[in-house]
Design a protein around this ligand. Structure first.
Ligand code: AMP
Ligand code: ZN
Length: 136
């Protein structure tokens, strides 16, 4: 993808503070971090969202999240971390090359994930449960 900023990072056309470079994924520091040490993991192959992730790549992707999450925590002395994946525009994705954020967190930091909690009507939760299971 010619115009994709993350593809340019993969090709070395623009700089990035890389912390991991594997056969299928790379990881680098987010340029505008939520907290210092905020890291992004991206696939080397250009695709927009997880629905397009090739079969079998999810295993390495999941393992990297754990490995890098631990490394980021140690490097930043964080008390925890958030994994955030904005999958699709409606979910807040701005760079349209799939990526997951590892955000080191401190009890004293200044940001919060907030959403209004919805309520299920009678029987709706069970219907949703069955519907999701159907698609697995
Ligand atoms: P999202 O809203 O999930 O699409 O997040 C995109 C993230 O990419 C943001 O947190 C940006 O700060 C980050 N970002 C954009 N351009 C760069 C870049 N050149 N190097 C590192 N991070 C970047
Ligand atoms: Zn790309």
């Amino acid at each position: 993808m010619e115009s994709c900023i993350f593809c340019k990072i993969i090709k070395g056309e623009i700089p990035a503070a890389k912390v991991y470079d594997g056969s299928k994924f790379i990881a680098f520091l987010d340029i505008s971090p939520a907290n210092k040490g905020h890291t992004l993991i991206i696939p080397k192959r250009h695709y927009v969202s997880l629905e397009e992730m090739p079969d079998g790549d999810g295993k390495e992707f999941g393992e990297l999240q754990v490995k890098l999450g631990k490394a980021v925590m140690k490097a930043t002395n964080a008390e925890g971390f958030n994994l955030l994946l904005n999958n699709g525009k409606a979910a807040g994705q701005e760079v349209m090359h799939a990526h997951i954020h590892i955000q080191p967190r401190f009890s004293s930091d200044d940001f919060h994930y907030k959403w209004t909690h919805k309520k299920y009507d009678d029987g709706e939760m069970q219907r949703m449960q069955e519907k999701i299971k159907q698609f697995l």
